[in-house]
Each structure stands twice: as structure tokens, then as C-alpha cells.
Design a protein around this ligand. Structure first.
Ligand SMILES: NC(=O)C1=CN([C@@H]2O[C@H](COP(=O)(O)OP(=O)(O)OC[C@H]3O[C@@H](n4cnc5c(N)ncnc54)[C@H](OP(=O)(O)O)[C@@H]3O)[C@@H](O)[C@H]2O)C=CC1
Ligand SMILES: O=C(O)CCCC(=O)O
Length: 495
């Protein structure tokens, strides 16, 4: 593997954050095959650069490095790990402007959203810097006088991670921050579309003083993703696997992890209901739907997917949502000032959204606004009325800027409809009836519930899904548990 000299540390321009090698053992390395793959800007199709197309052999090498580093990293104190994580987070904030430009360039979301993601991502490092010091064991009351019963919490070991393109920075710190705080080491594969944000984070981790081998990033193309994933899932040296992405890939990785009985965290697809009850403040619900639906051009796993509106306020809601979409949303290159809707990630995503609109219209939905591609990877933010449960946009995760609006009559009916899917990530509802707020919050079958709020993610709260939306929790004080093993120690022979 040939090493390259990275640019000098300190505050710098976005272009100097473009690292074109993978990061293993604190060094910038090429793929052992010498192969690379191209990364394109989704807004204009222009080449950003090329990064190593690593394979199973490179991954196994990175795993060995991480395993070796784990032997010393697990012996560090929580205070030491905390200080390094805190500095890593501070560096993200200090370089937020330039990192945001890089993120927008490779992923497409508007600059303001990229800056928001950088702040959110740095927030996980701050949080886990604090939580590192709160990993505490227990001394249990003993039922036998000559014994003392202790519970220790220890780092689980080398943690494999696979992250998606929609949050190329925050999904890394949400996972790696928790693992490193717990005393684990990391081998991470970012998405093919967005390796640069991951590599920039490696440089900042190095600058923060995180030792070689603790954080390793293996880049690869979509063609190599399955062999890299398999190497992580099947390695006996990797004792934890964490994935964010589609449900279909999550299920595959879960099967692969069975061979070594790894602890697995999965953050998978959603199909979030967004319910507007009769008592709701309709204007507030419209604003909530704008955030829940159109953030990241609809490409988040917690985006509102099925918008159920009570029949008595249906027409008012549809008209107000469409008017707000037309007034407030501007499609364009995320780098351009004023853009609120960047491109979708690639052509395949645009084709999927077009197919959803066509399917809905064929089955009786009406296009209230939008509905068409705008060329390249751009798609008009779209509001569809008269949507029904048999349409693809109700049954599948849309992952794009289509707001499909369904009618309902009763609370009982809509809660049952909301819970009909195999997904259970996020759910939202607007109501001013206190009894209803408690009932519905408790009855929705999802890991996250927004009550009179459309954007609810914060580093401090647990994030994760029920049913086929996932396993485990990230963020908050719960996130670090995923990277810890519990050990019961029985001390006997005492008088
Ligand atoms: N929960 C969430 O936040 C996300 C949900 N999705 C859902 O998935 C749909 C498709 O998006 P897509 O990007 O294809 O999602 P994927 O699940 O394919 O991608 C997520 C990550 O998994 C990797 N990956 C893909 N196939 C494998 C494999 N066989 N073994 C190991 N790793 C693999 C990807 O690598 P590579 O990029 O190289 O393919 C990427 O790093 C979206 O429309 C959306 O519905 C997508 C992204 C995030
Ligand atoms: O789409 C995702 O996987 C992450 C959602 C971002 C968030 O709200 O944390």
C-alpha cells in the first residue's frame, strides 16, 4: 500500500479536505489492487475525484490493524478517550463551513442542511465524550454471605460499520463516537456516493490525537460493497456490526453476522405515518410536514411517508401544504444561495420517484403541485392528493420529495392504518387533545414519535426502530450500550 502525505492540519479550504486515499492505521492508503472509483457531484455530474476501490483483502487487513489497536485502546481511561472525542468534535465545528461545502458537493443537500448535519454530527462526539465517563458497573446485593457480586461493563471489541450516503458525516459520528467512547476500535465502510466526508473526518480524528488503528475507513465501489460487507460480518475478530441503510441490505448483513454471532445494530428503512387530527393547529401541521417530508429532499429514513389528514380539514391542509411548497421550496444546486431542495442522490433515485408518481396517478391520485423531473437528478417537490393505501407511495419507503396525502375518519382507524406496515421507525401526529396525545403516542408502533413536531432528531435522544426498521439504539446514553459487554464477576471465599 503506498502512503501519501495529507495536507497540513488546521483550518483550510474545502478543496484541501478532499483526501483521495482510504485511512488505515492512521495512514492514507491505496487499495492493494491499485483500483479506484470515481465520485461525482449529483448536482451536475462533474467528477469530484477518485478514491481506492478496496476489497475483502484490504478489509481483512484493516480489521487486523483495528484488532491490534484495540489491545491498547481498551486500556485507556474514559477521561483520556473523552478528551480526544471532545477535540474531534470541536475540530468539526471549527471547520464546519468547509466541511459543509464538501458534504453538499458529494451528496447534494443544501448548504444550510449540510451545516446542520455537521453540527448534529459534532453533537454526537460531544455527547459521547461525556457518556464515556458514565459507563458504570454495579455491585449487586449478595444472597450468599461469603460472596460479592459485581457487574463490569467492558468494550465489545472491533466494531464494523457500514454507513449510507444521506447523512455522510453524522451517521459516522453517531456510530464511531459511541464505539470509541466505549473503548472499541472501528473499521468503517462509507457509501460509494459519499466517501469524502468520511475521509475528512479521519483527518480531523488524527488531528485530534485519536491514535492510529482506532478509526479505519475502507472505501469501495458498489461493486465491491458485498465483499467488504461480508469480510466485516464474517470476521471472528469483529465482535460488533452496525449498519444504516436499506432494509434489504440490513437483513442480508444480519444473516452474515449469524456465522459469528455478532452483536448487531441496524438502522433500516421507515414508512413514517404523519397524522393530522381534527383538533390540530393546521398551520403548525403544515410547517411540521414541510420539515418531516422535504428535509434532505425527502431522503431520510424518518421522513413522513404517509400523510393522513382528518376528512374535516383535508382540503384546507392539502391547499395550504401545496401553497407552502410552491412559495418556500427552491430546487437547485445545494451550493447556490437560496436552494432548499438539492438533487436526488442519483439517476436511479429519480427514476424510482417518477415511477411512484406514475403509479399513484394511474390509481387515482391527483398531482396538486410538482410531479415532474427537472432534468439531471432534480425532481420537483410534489404534493399528491386522493392518495390511497394501495399505492406504492403508501406501501413503500419513498425516499424522495413526494407528499402523498390520505383521508381518515376516526382515531381508531388511523392508528390501525399507521401500524399496518412492517416498518416502525418514526411516526408523527398533530393534535391539541391531551387525551388523544397520550393515547396515540403510546399506540404508535415506532421507535420515535413526534407530537406536534416534524423534525425530532437530536444527539441526546435514542434513535432506532421497531419491527423491520432495526435493532438497537444510537445516540443518547443508550447509544454507548451497543458497544459494551456486560461481565458478572462473582468473588467468593469471603468471610
Ligand atoms: N435508513 C436509511 O437511512 C437509509 C435508507 N435507505 C433506503 O434504501 C434505498 C436504497 O438506497 P441505497 O443507497 O441503495 O441503500 P443501501 O442499503 O444499498 O446502502 C447503504 C450502505 O450499504 C452498503 N451496501 C450496499 N449493498 C451492500 C452489501 N451487499 N453488503 C454490504 N454493504 C452494502 C452501501 O454501499 P454502496 O454505497 O457502495 O452501495 C452503503 O454504504 C433508499 O431509497 C432508501 O429507501 C438508503 C440509505 C439510508
Ligand atoms: O436517514 C437516516 O438514516 C438518518 C436520519 C437522520 C436523523 O434524523 O438522525
Amino acid at each position: 500500500m503506498d502512503n501519501v502525505t495529507p495536507p497540513k492540519p488546521g483550518f483550510r479550504a474545502a478543496s484541501s479536505f478532499v483526501y483521495d486515499k482510504a485511512f488505515v492505521n492512521g495512514e492514507w492508503v491505496a487499495a492493494s489492487s491499485g483500483k479506484t472509483f470515481e465520485v461525482l457531484n449529483p448536482a451536475n455530474g462533474k467528477l469530484i475525484g477518485s478514491v481506492p476501490d478496496m476489497d475483502a483483502t484490504d478489509t481483512e487487513n484493516a480489521i487486523k490493524v483495528a484488532y491490534k489497536a484495540f489491545q491498547s485502546w481498551k486500556e485507556t481511561t474514559a477521561k483520556e478517550r473523552s478528551a480526544l472525542l471532545r477535540r474531534w468534535g470541536e475540530l468539526m465545528v471549527e471547520n464546519k463551513e468547509e466541511l459543509s461545502k464538501l458534504l453538499t458537493t458529494e451528496m447534494g443537500k443544501p448548504l444550510a442542511e449540510s451545516a446542520g448535519e455537521l453540527g448534529y454530527g459534532a453533537g454526537f462526539l460531544e455527547l459521547f465524550a461525556e457518556e464515556a465517563k458514565r459507563v458504570e458497573g454495579d455491585i449487586i446485593q449478595t444472597p450468599i454471605k461469603t460472596r460479592r457480586l459485581l457487574v463490569l461493563k467492558q468494550p465489545i471489541g472491533v466494531s464494523g460499520m457500514i454507513t449510507p450516503w444521506n447523512f455522510p458525516s453524522a451517521m459516522i459520528t453517531r456510530k464511531a463516537g459511541a464505539a470509541i467512547a466505549a473503548g472499541c476500535t472501528v473499521v468503517l465502510k462509507p457509501a460509494e456516493d459519499t466517501p469524502y466526508s468520511a475521509l475528512a473526518l479521519c483527518e480531523l480524528a488524527k488531528e485530534a490525537g485519536i491514535p492510529p488503528g482506532v478509526l479505519n475507513v475502507v472505501t469501495c465501489s458498489r461493486d465491491n460493497a458485498s465483499q467488504v460487507g461480508r469480510a466485516l460480518c464474517e470476521s471472528p475478530l469483529v465482535t460488533k456490526m452496525s449498519f444504516t441503510g436499506s432494509t434489504v441490505v440490513g437483513k442480508l448483513l444480519l444473516q452474515q453476522c449469524a456465522s459469528t454471532v455478532k452483536k448487531v445494530s441496524l438502522e433500516l428503512g421507515g414508512n413514517a405515518p404523519f397524522i393530522v387530527f381534527q383538533s390540530a393547529d393546521v398551520d403548525a401541521a403544515v410547517q411540521g410536514a414541510m420539515g418531516a417530508k422535504f428535509r434532505c429532499s425527502g431522503q431520510t429514513c424518518v421522513c413522513a411517508n404517509r400523510i393522513y389528514v382528518h376528512e374535516s380539514i383535508y382540503d384546507e391542509f392539502v391547499q395550504k401544504l401545496a401553497a407552502t411548497v410552491e412559495k418556500d421550496l427552491k430546487v437547485g444546486d445545494g451550493i447556490a444561495p437560496g436552494t432548499t431542495q438539492g438533487p436526488l442522490i442519483n439517476k436511479k433515485a429519480v427514476e424510482k420517484i417518477e415511477a411512484h408518481v406514475q403509479d399513484a396517478v394511474t390509481k387515482g391520485a391527483k398531482v396538486v403541485c410538482g410531479g415532474k423531473s427537472k432534468g439531471g437528478n432534480f425532481f420537483e417537490p410534489t404534493v399528491l392528493s386522493e392518495v390511497t393505501g394501495d399505492m406504492r407511495c403508501s406501501k413503500e419507503e419513498i425516499f424522495g420529495p413526494i407528499a402523498g396525502i390520505l383521508r381518515f375518519k376516526t382515531e381508531e382507524e388511523v392508528v390501525a392504518l399507521a401500524n399496518t406496515t412492517s416498518s416502525g421507525l418514526a411516526g408523527y401526529f398533530y393534535s391539541r387533545d391531551l387525551g388523544q396525545i397520550w393515547r396515540v403516542a403510546e399506540r404508535l408502533e415506532s421507535g420515535l414519535v413526534g407530537v406536534n413536531e416534524g423534525v425530532i432528531s437530536v444527539p441526546d435522544a435514542p434513535f432506532g426502530g421497531w419491527k423491520e426498521s432495526g435493532l438497537g439504539r444510537e445516540g443518547g446514553r443508550y447509544g454507548i450500550d451497543e458497544y459494551l459487554e456486560i461481565k458478572y464477576v462473582c468473588m467468593g471465599g469471603l468471610n
